[in-house]
Design a protein around this ligand. Structure first.
Ligand code: SF4
Ligand code: SF4
Length: 494
């Protein structure tokens, strides 16, 4: 018996839409690329997709082909649903290009304030000091330390530009932030009062290498509920490979006891470690074990060094990224095992990607930079993000003049993912967004270029995280509820 399908569905040939298939927990899923949604196939919808993938079918042909296996109603419902989520569509229609939707003027969620461009360490790979630096902070005209006045103006800007009634987020960055602790402390006090007077709230975080964590600093961070991320690369031999003082001496011995004191005292916020991975220090499991189990960090995030390819510490395109992916997958398997049992696991790269998948935003940009996040240099210049602080080319105004919204709009128009030809064809684009602007600038000399050197790695890692997401959705869906309505952190990626 022929059953009419939904009248909105064309009676012409149906082909497959744009999605990335994956399997997890004994079930088949699709990651819907245009909408960034995860769709679980039941047996009937899986059978329809298989048929349509082999060759285009009309709805009636689908009904005829599957008549013995499923009821006509089930087939009709599945076709309707697959068409609605765009897993299938008109075979003759060209795949829609990513749309450019002009952004409304966005509130600034996060201002990253570089309170100093100086550091007491001399890590060879650092983008601030190494051969890849964008701004000459040693010999340039910028002050080495932000003044209290400039920092207050940055707070005023953050409060003025944050959404009404919402929390303004200020992240202190450097250089080594604690080298300007006096200004940092005064700024927190000022911001709390200014925010209260405006009926707002302000949230603080900072990144530090931990070597200057004195007891009074630790008390302050704990009492003021400042979120802390420690830049540390792992156990002593790994940390001391690159994270050294200017005389070449490693920093582990000085940092480790201070980190332990911080972790013992600062219980008001979870403390995270941020690891820079180089070709010479690629040992993800060992690093994680040391930082999470031995030292007691709540979470550990890993980032491959951002650098020009000819540098000795750069991961090799191809084999280096394959090795990284293998190591990430091994640690991600541990994350999954723990999460299925509702045990905390601190591999934050997985958690952040799961959060992004769960939120289901198809990214037009790789991160919040230039959208809801801006950086401030020590002289008060506002820039694309903290890594571009002080770069005239990437300037978006200043803390006293305000944000140059025209320049921001032009930047966002030029950098939309629809303009990145390779990305427009890539299934991972809702999560990747073309990759970090700083990395693109360092590698290719332009923030407009997609980071094509690491696409296989990004796609491989996204696939792994989709599998983990699917497995959790099938076996422990309650775990994913922690991500409901949580969309701040994912806008920041450094
Ligand atoms: S940079 Fe590569 S992985 Fe990222 S969206 Fe573009 S093509 Fe895909
Ligand atoms: S991902 Fe890159 S461009 Fe974006 S905020 Fe981080 S460093 Fe800046």
């Amino acid at each position: 018996m022929a059953v009419a399908v939904d009248t909105e569905i064309p009676t012409r040939q149906l082909g497959v839409g744009e999605f990335h298939p994956f399997e997890a927990g004994g079930q088949r899923f699709a990651y819907m690329v245009p909408s960034a949604a995860v769709f679980a196939f039941d047996d009937c919808s899986a059978a329809i997709v298989d048929l349509v993938r082999a060759r285009p079918h009309t709805p009636q042909e689908l009904l005829d082909a599957l008549a013995g296996r499923f009821t006509p109603e089930a087939i009709r419902d599945a076709v309707n649903e697959l068409y609605r989520v765009r897993a299938i569509g008109e075979a003759a229609a060209p795949a829609p290009a990513p749309k450019i939707i002009p952004l409304r003027q966005m509130p600034i969620q996060t201002l990253v304030v570089n309170v100093t461009n100086q550091c007491n360490l001399s890590c060879e790979y650092c983008y601030e000091y190494g051969e890849d630096k964008i701004v000459d902070t040693e010999n340039g005209s910028q002050p080495k330390f932000m003044s209290a006045e400039t920092a207050r103006a940055a707070v005023d800007l953050a409060l003025a530009e944050s959404a009404p009634g919402k929390t303004a987020h200020i992240t202190f960055f450097g250089g080594e932030t604690l080298m300007n602790f006096k200004v940092l402390r005064a700024t927190v006090g000022y911001a709390r009062e200014a925010a209260a007077a405006q009926g707002k709230d302000v949230d603080f975080s900072l990144t530090t290498n931990a070597t200057l964590l004195q007891p009074d600093v630790i008390d302050f961070l704990a009492d003021e509920r400042i979120g802390v991320t420690i830049s540390i690369d792992g156990p002593q031999d790994i940390q001391d490979r690159f994270r050294v003082f200017s005389n070449g001496q490693g920093s582990y011995e000085m940092a480790a006891p201070k980190i332990k004191a911080l972790l013992a005292r600062h219980k008001t916020r979870p403390i995270g470690a941020r690891v820079t991975l180089t070709k010479q220090t690629l040992d993800v499991k060992r690093i994680y074990k040391h930082l999470f189990e031995d030292m007691g960090f709540w979470e550990v995030g890993f980032a491959p060094v951002t650098t020009a390819p000819q540098r000795g510490h750069a991961l090799e395109a191809g084999p280096g990224y394959d090795q990284l992916l293998g190591q990430f997958r091994a640690l991600a398997a541990e994350f999954l095992e723990a999460s299925l049992q509702n045990r905390h696991h601190g591999f934050s790269n997985v958690r952040e990607t799961l959060q992004e998948i769960h939120m289901g935003h198809a990214k037009a940009y790789p991160c919040g930079a230039g959208v809801g996040l801006l950086g401030v240099a020590t002289d008060g210049q506002v820039s694309l993000c903290h890594r571009f602080a002080g770069s005239e080319q990437h300037r978006f105004g200043s803390v006293t003049e305000g944000i140059d919204r025209g320049k921001q709009a032009q930047f966002l128009e030029q950098h939309h993912i629809a303009h990145k030809t390779d990305c427009a064809q890539c299934w991972a684009r809702p999560i990747c967004g073309g990759g970090c602007y700083h990395e693109a600038h360092t590698r290719y000399g332009s923030t407009e270029r997609p980071n094509l050197h690491y696409c296989e790695w990004i796609r491989g890692w996204t696939h792994t995280c989709l599998e983990i997401y699917g497995e959790l959705a099938v076996k422990n869906p309650g775990f994913l509820r922690q991500f409901d309505g949580d969309d701040h952190e994912a806008s920041e990626r450094h």
